[in-house]
Write a protein that binds this ligand. Structure first.
Ligand code: NDP
Length: 285
């Protein structure tokens, strides 16, 4: 029986720590404010945005909400980002993805000030991560590191395999595991004999975007399996990229879906809002 890594409980710990630090800052007259921008009314995005705003409220971070119509133009959205970049009272800026077709996501994300880029997607922050300088780290992989550390799972010297090389999960995940002295392999759709590679992993992080694809055959006995995937099945239930029922008897530890990585993403966003104040005001928080 694998140990179940409780992402909800660990996310609650992280948020409580953020709440305390936000309260300390408030006593020093420093407030923390996140601007959340949503374009259009994609139902999944609306849920994510609502959850992010609720999390802000719970930890004492002020959130400003910008709900723009589907027809918003690139120029209008860029102008809003410029305005938020210039405002001293706004510490973090989050543009909810995906943007409606016709908008150039890359241009919008690159326009967000690197000092307010709480999602950690700006190339400057990606560069800082790769050379180990302070900056924002993408919330989901940062959350995975916290899950491992706070569950007492050693990374140092371990074989770590990441499935997926997206800019928001797989690549930064690989960099973070490397920073923690893991021996890291990042795999993708061109990887030959994926099972052969994943079976070497002491820590297997799965961010593949394919419901329940990873079964016991991909996993070494006793490995830690972190499932980043999130899908809603036809029955309305959530599942991950890992076939939990197949893998759980083989793994040493595993994250469930829901209740694993998902809650950590929002907790780390709250943490990144604190980072934004630290970077902007050149203080430690
Ligand atoms: P992407 O679709 O951007 O990336 C998927 C990656 O998986 C790609 O690198 C792709 O390779 C690789 N891949 C696809 N098929 C295979 C295969 N058969 N064998 C090996 N590699 C393969 O997804 P994301 O990184 O954005 O997200 C991954 C998952 O995590 C999704 O389920 C998403 O919903 C979830 N997610 C969850 C979050 C959370 O908060 N819990 C946050 C963000 C994402 P290639 O590059 O060669 O195409």
């Amino acid at each position: 029986m694998a140990k179940i890594i409780d992402g909800k409980a660990i996310a609650a710990q992280v948020k409580e720590e953020v709440r305390q630090k936000v309260a300390q800052l408030a006593e020093q007259g420093v407030s923390v404010c996140l601007a959340v921008v949503q374009v259009g009314s994609d139902p999944a995005s609306s849920v994510y945005v609502r959850n992010k705003k609720k999390a802000c409220e719970a930890v004492g971070i002020k959130s400003l909400s910008y709900e723009l119509p589907e027809e918003t133009t690139q120029a209008e959205l860029l102008a809003l980002v410029d305005d938020l970049n210039a405002r001293a009272d706004v510490n973090g800026i989050l543009v909810q993805l995906p943007l409606p077709k016709g908008l150039n996501e890359e241009e919008i994300l690159d326009r967000i000030s690197p000092l307010k880029d709480v999602d950690g997607f700006h190339p400057q922050n990606v560069g800082c991560l790769s050379v180990g300088k302070p900056g924002f780290v993408s919330c989901t992989p940062a959350g995975v590191i916290q899950l491992l550390k706070r569950s007492g799972i050693a990374i140092d010297g371990q074989e770590c395999v990441v499935i997926g090389r997206s800019n928001i999960v797989g690549k930064p995940m690989g960099m973070l595991l490397l920073q923690e002295n893991g021996t890291v392999t990042v795999t993708h759709s061109h990887t030959k004999d994926l099972k052969e590679v994943t079976k070497r992993a002491d820590i297997l992080v799965v961010a593949i975007g394919k419901p329940r694809m990873i079964t016991a055959e991909y996993v070494k006995e006793g490995a830690t399996v972190i499932d980043v995937g999130i899908h809603r099945g036809g029955d309305g239930k959530l599942c991950g990229d890992v076939d939990f029922d197949s893998v759980e008897p083989v793994a040493g530890a595993i994250t469930p879906v829901p209740g694993g990585v998902g809650p950590m993403t929002i907790a780390m966003l709250m943490h990144n809002c604190l980072t934004s104040v630290a970077l902007q005001k050149k203080i430690s928080v």
